[in-house]
Unconditional design. Structure first.
Ligand code: ADP
Ligand code: F6P
Length: 483
């Protein structure tokens, strides 16, 4: 067996150009953080974009970018500003992303963006084909590359190809509104195995294939001439040990060595007696339900004034897709809401919300996860949501309460969390109160079960399961062909 070629839009590393040099930082987002552990351990190369427009990398630094990428077994695909606009901001994030997350009114159907999407998928296909040996396995990731499996299959009919979709697959009634629905489904069906986070996404996909391509499936297999495509669900896990060890290490550090951020969190505890900390962490994305979360927190302070000075919401939002108008509007809305609530409820000793609009180093994330009493995660739609899982893994003393939206893929596995409907303010308000007042024994009882599950189904196990199913699917097809 050869190597595994992982392909995703973005590499796990982000290149930034400083005055005369380059700076390499880890990419933020579930796909990159999750798959990194699998990539590190195995014999794999990862093909993707560095996050910089090609024209902005000075010629004398291009070699260095390549070198830095190679150190992490990565191969960069260069995207021009025009491609980034049409393929990434355009078709990926103004068409597919909103549609697949049920924000139909945000979805734009621009033929030019579609053309760009096709061209850039072809560019990724060429990068794969240049590096592909017949015995390699190809693993394509996510909605930016839905056409890639077929493009590779057309050139290499016998190669083993897996595809995993990290975002929801919407109901066929939503999907069918897409003008290029046939091409998208055919693109995905170039794979031997198509994976989703949940059974529902898998069902929606199979129904779309039946409705739009008129192809039936039997026991999750679609027969296409001399090929069979298997469809299945694989809920992505996290590197549990990494999060739990990091949390333990940081807790055992002498306080003089703590980060400034941790000191600020300690200050929270000291400056407000018995104050509890609620955290929320996400990319600033309209699918994450951030605005409703802030509103719900405001309603909570209104309904339960005894909690003034006794609780604080620390909200961490990473800038994301800042060229897309809806993200710019959301930024404004969040700034205003935070201002409004802080303006209305703050006292000289207390600010109800601490809001950070930036990416943070891993250590700070761990500080936040492990210092908090409650994690408030309220997406209106989310393929999985790894933050919920990371939060549970860092709770080494098993205290802490997770409030989680039923619209996140993770809710299917994390039943012991307080599950809420993100559109139901009353329910969120009550869940916040329940969480803040939950007896320690109950917190521990719930987290014990959650941790047991997350420890068992790690990201490593997820990747292994997917790859084993891919091999099984391929072997079965070879057998059928031989018979
Ligand atoms: P998505 O893939 O939609 O971004 P997930 O919750 O699945 O959502 O994954 C987000 C990932 O990004 C997590 O692994 C989380 O640790 C990381 N992350 C989120 N916010 C930040 C932040 N402010 N700084 C650094 N990493 C972050
Ligand atoms: O899982 C959804 C996803 O779009 C990933 O493909 C991506 O890594 C992450 O969210 C962050 O998005 P972006 O790459 O657009 O910053």
């Amino acid at each position: 067996m050869g190597k595994t070629i992982i392909i995703s839009n973005r590499l796990p590393l982000q290149i930034n150009i400083t005055e005369k040099d380059i700076e390499v930082t880890p990419s933020v987002g579930g796909l990159a953080t999750g798959l990194k552990s699998f990539h590190k351990e195995g014999d794999s190369i990862w093909i993707g974009w560095t996050g910089m427009p090609e024209e902005e990398i000075p010629d004398d630094l291009k070699g260095k970018v390549l070198e830095e990428a190679k150190k992490q077994n990565c191969l960069p695909v260069d995207l021009t500003s025009e491609e980034i606009e049409g393929f990434y901001y355009g078709f990926s994030n103004r068409t597919i992303w909103p549609l697949f997350h049920y924000f139909m009114e945000y979805s734009e159907f621009e033929p030019e963006d579609w053309e760009s999407y096709k061209r850039v998928n072809q560019k990724y296909a060429e990068a794969v084909l240049e590096n592909l040996n017949d015995d390699d396995e190809v693993w394509v990731h996510d909605y930016q590359l839905l056409l890639l499996p077929k493009m590779i299959r057309d050139k290499k009919p016998n190669v083993t190809i897996g595809f995993f979709n990290h975002i929801p697959f919407p109901s066929s009634e939503v999907f069918r509104t897409l003008p290029w629905r046939e091409e998208i489904l055919e693109g995905m069906l170039g794979a031997d195995l198509i994976g989703f986070h949940t059974y529902d996404y898998e069902r929606h996909f199979l129904r779309s294939v039946k409705l739009i391509l008129r192809k039936d499936s039997t026991f999750n297999e679609i027969h296409l001439g001399n090929r069979i495509v298997r469809v299945d669900s694989f809920p992505m896990g996290i590197d549990y040990q990494k999060f739990s060890d990091a949390s333990l290490n940081q807790q055992n550090q002498p306080s003089s060595e703590n980060s400034n951020f941790q000191k600020k969190l300690d200050y929270h505890k000291n400056s407000t007696s018995d104050a509890k900390l609620i955290i929320s962490i996400d990319r600033l994305d309209y699918t994450k339900g951030i605005a409703n979360r802030i509103r719900a927190y405001g309603y909570f302070l209104e309904k339960y004034p005894e909690y003034k000075e006794k609780v604080r919401l620390v909200m961490l939002a990473v800038p994301s897709r800042t060229n897309v108008p809806q993200y710019q509007l959301l930024k404004k809305e969040v700034d205003e809401l935070v201002g409004r609530i802080n303006g209305r409820f703050a006292t000289v000793n207390w600010t109800p919300i601490w809001y950070f609009f930036r990416s943070m180093p891993f250590e700070n994330l761990i500080d936040l996860y492990s210092s908090s009493d409650v994690a408030l995660i309220t997406p209106t739609r989310d393929g999985m949501n790894l933050v919920a899982k990371e939060y549970i893994a860092t709770r080494t003393d098993q205290t802490g309460v997770l409030i989680l939206s039923e619209m996140a893929g993770a809710a299917h596995e994390l039943n012991e969390a307080l599950i809420i409907n993100p559109n139901n303010f009353e329910q969120i308000v009550d869940a916040i109160k329940t969480a803040l007042e939950m007896p320690k024994e109950e917190q521990i009882r719930r987290n014990k079960m959650l941790q047991k599950r997350l420890k068992r189904y790690t990201v490593e196990k997820w990747a292994k399961d997917f790859m084993n199913s891919l091999r099984e699917a391929k072997n079965r097809i070879s057998k059928i062909k031989a018979e």
